[in-house]
Structure formats: structure tokens, C-alpha cells
Write a protein that binds this ligand. Structure first.
Ligand code: NAD
Ligand code: UFG
Length: 342
């Protein structure tokens, strides 16, 4: 199939491009580069040994998007493009709603006009809010999000569901990601946050590589075995393969489907610090700080539905995730090296 990957220069999108091409799909990438580097594209070409058609465009720019659809005629869209910084979304809600929701609506209009009605959407475990059941199944009711970023995901799920309901020609897959970490085994592509990382693993690797002094652990008084927050960390390559599996199941009339993409295993912050140290031999000094507003104590998936229906399950363990995160960071101490390092 020919797949248009929006946000394909970003962390998850770039790894998905590799896995799609490994399965024989044709790919074209659209990205505004608002949170990524053009240097990803030659690295993707080196990994895959093939050209990766790339359009620097904003999904909100309908004219450009229409031209791209005319040129590429994709069978399906995998839609990663969006802003994702939780704290920033609290400060800039309008920008987040406009980019993520406004951008997706424009993309959907262009898709409909082009007759391309197959979409896989990057949703998030954040839609469950403080989860009502653990492990979280897809039947778990959606919860109250604690920030505008989370609401963009929750609202876009609703918008996509409504569009599919109104026109059954649409096939929509909502993938709810848990916590992607790790990197491609080549160490040439990976997560490249600008400024101070919000997420745990990039913070750990930046401490390990000497860019930051110490990890701040946000609270050790949660109701968890060691008091620190528990999450479901998943290797980004496994996550990427989840998209390929979802695509394989997409066919006329498949309608709306929702899958968690996680491992089903919860690790605490201290588990991750210790696993990282054991896997890499590098020490990660830390201090315990206050809880971070909006964090939940425990969040991990039941990954059964994706296994049952898509035949997909995560393969890589926490040691592999830590090693691959570290390989990427140590080979690229300043990320792609072409932006403000914060
Ligand atoms: P990322 O920031 O690395 O990738 C997103 C890409 O989208 C970036 O390359 C950015 O430049 C691009 N982009 C943003 N707005 C755009 C626009 N208007 N037009 C064109 N391109 C635009 O983030 P990621 O971690 O790869 O996340 C991919 C998707 O998965 C996002 O939608 C994110 O919200 C979602 N998600 C991520 C996580 C996570 O922990 N990383 C968890 C759940 C969901
Ligand atoms: N943490 C620290 N110190 C840090 C960063 C994080 O102690 O410097 C802790 C957090 O308190 C939490 C855990 O590490 O207990 C994981 O935090 P992350 O920020 O890495 O991940 P979150 O689970 O908070 O959020 C992530 C994405 C969201 C997404 C959500 C889905 O950032 O976009 O997963 O579950 F919505």
C-alpha cells in the first residue's frame, strides 16, 4: 500500500516509516519540522536503503496538502502530526487546539476530497485520565484529562468516531499509546526533545550523557510498591510494528477500531533508573522532588485486544529499551545536532 505518514520526521513516525518500508509498503512523509529535523530523512534512507519522499508542509495548509494527495495518491494515512508537550499545552491551549484539532480537521477534509478514507490515529493512554481499571482495557471509560494536550487526543477520538459513524466508507483505527522509549538499533534515529525533556527516559539519557546533572523524580509517596509512579514503557520499534499490524487488518468495512499499544507491564520510575544502570553500566544520580501536577500513580495497559485481533504484541524487554535509548543518546549526544539544545 501507499501510506502518507504525517509527522513522519518525529520520534514515533520515523520508526514507523522504517517498519512500513520493511513490510514492503510505499511511504511518503509530510512534516512541518516544528518539532523535528530534516536530517532524519537521509538517516531513514540509510536504514531502509530506499528513497523516502519527503514534503515539508503543515497539515493545516490545505492547498499544499491537496497537492501532496494528488501527487502521492495514498491508500491510507498514518497521522502522527501534532504538538505533544503536556506543560506547554497548559500555557498555550489555543495553539494546541488549533494545531492538533484544527490541523486534523483540515487533513480529514483533504482526505475526503481525495477519496482516501483510511486513517490510523496516534491517540494516547492519557484519554483514560486517572484510569478506572488496571490493567487498562479498551473498555475502560475515558476519563478527565488534566491538560489541553490530553483533551486534543480525547476530542479527536470523538471527531474521528463521528465521521466514521456518519460515513461507513471511513476506516478509522485509534491507537492508544502507552510510554514509548528506546530507539532503532542502528542508533541513528531516536527521540530528540528540544529544551528540557518532559519525559522520563530522555531525561535519564541526558543525565547519563552529562547534559544534565541529576534526575528529578516526581514524588515517592504514591500508592505503588516503591512510592514512585508506575507506567507501561514500550519499545518504539514495537509500537511502530503495531501500526503495521493495524494497517494489515484495515479493509473495506472494517469501520472503527480502538487498540491499546503497550506491553501490559508496569515499571516504576526507580525500576527504570535501576534497569538503565544495569543495562548500560552508567550511573544515574537522582533526587526526590514534589509530585508533578496532573500525574497519576499507576497507568499500564492490558495489551490483549491488540494481540487477539491484530496478532501483535510487544517483543522487546526493558533491558533492550534502555540499551537502545542509550545507544541513540551516546551516539548523538546533541540529538540531530541542528537545533537549540535548551
Ligand atoms: P514528535 O513531536 O517527535 O512527532 C510529531 C511530529 O509532528 C513532529 O515531527 C512535528 O514536527 C510534526 N508536526 C506537528 N504539528 C504539525 C503540523 N501542523 N503539520 C505537520 N507536521 C506537524 O512526537 P512523537 O513522540 O513522535 O508523537 C507522535 C504522535 O504520537 C503525536 O501525535 C503524539 O501526540 C502521539 N503520542 C505520543 C506519545 C509519546 O509519549 N511520545 C504518547 C502518546 C501519543
Ligand atoms: N518522571 C520523573 N521525572 C522526570 C520525568 C518523569 O520522575 O523528569 C516520572 C513521572 O512522574 C511519571 C513517569 O516518570 O511517573 C513517566 O513520566 P513521563 O513524563 O515520561 O510520561 P507520562 O506517563 O507522564 O506521559 C506520557 C506522555 C504523554 C502521554 C502519556 C500516556 O508524555 O504525552 O504518556 O500515558 F499522554
Amino acid at each position: 500500500m501507499k501510506i502518507l505518514v504525517t509527522g513522519g520526521a518525529g520520534f514515533i513516525g520515523s520508526h514507523t516509516v522504517v517498519e512500513l518500508m520493511a513490510e514492503g509498503h510505499e511511504v511518503a512523509v509530510v512534516d512541518s519540522l516544528v518539532n523535528s529535523s530534516a536530517l532524519v530523512i537521509p538517516r531513514l534512507e540509510a536504514i531502509t536503503g530506499k528513497a523516502v519522499p519527503f514534503y515539508k508542509a503543515d497539515i493545516r495548509d490545505k492547498e499544499s496538502m491537496e497537492k501532496i494527495f494528488e501527487a502521492e495518491r495514498p491508500d491510507a494515512v498514518i497521522h502522527f502530526a501534532g504538538l505533544k508537550a503536556v506543560g506547554e499545552s497548559v500555557r498555550l491551549p489555543l495553539e494546541y487546539y488549533e494545531n492538533n484539532i484544527g490541523g486534523t480537521i483540515k487533513l480529514l477534509e483533504v482526505m475526503r476530497k481525495a477519496g482516501c478514507k483510511n486513517i490510523i490515529f496516534s491517540s494516547s493512554a492519557t484519554v483514560y485520565g486517572d484510569p478506572a481499571i488496571i490493567p487498562i482495557t479498551e473498555e475502560c471509560p475515558k476519563g478527565t484529562c488534566t491538560n489541553p494536550y490530553g483533551w486534543t487526543k480525547s476530542m479527536l477520538e470523538q471527531i474521528l468516531s463521528d465521521i466514521q459513524f456518519a460515513d461507513p466508507e471511513w476506516n478509522v483505527v485509534l491507537l492508544r499509546y502507552f510510554n514509548p522509549i528506546g530507539a532503532h538499533e542502528s542508533g541513528t534515529i531516536g527521540e530528540n526533545p528540544s529544551g528540557i525533556p518532559n519525559n522520563l527516559m530522555p531525561y535519564i539519557t541526558q543525565v547519563a550523557v552529562g547534559r544534565r546533572d541529576v534526575l528529578h523524580i516526581f514524588g515517592n509517596d504514591y500508592d505503588t510498591p516503591d512510592g514512585t509512579g508506575v507506567r507501561d514503557y514500550i519499545h518504539v520499534v514495537d509500537l511502530a510494528r503495531g501500526h503495521v499490524a493495524a494497517l494489515k487488518k484495515m479493509e473495506p468495512g472494517s469501520g472503527l477500531s480502538i487498540y491499546n499499544l503497550g506491553t501490559g507491564i508496569g515499571y516504576s520510575v526507580l525500576d527504570i533508573v535501576h534497569s538503565f544502570e544495569e543495562a548500560t553500566g552508567v550511573k544515574v544520580p537522582y533526587v526526590i522532588d514534589e509530585r508533578r501536577p496532573g500525574d497519576v500513580a499507576v497507568c499500564y495497559s492490558s495489551a490483549d485486544k491488540a494481540h487477539r485481533e491484530l496478532g501483535w504484541k510487544a517483543e522487546y524487554d526493558i533491558t533492550r529499551m534502555c540499551r537502545d535509548s542509550w545507544r541513540w543518546q551516546s551516539m548523538n549526544p546533541n540529538g540531530y545536532g541542528d537545533e537549540d539544545m535548551g
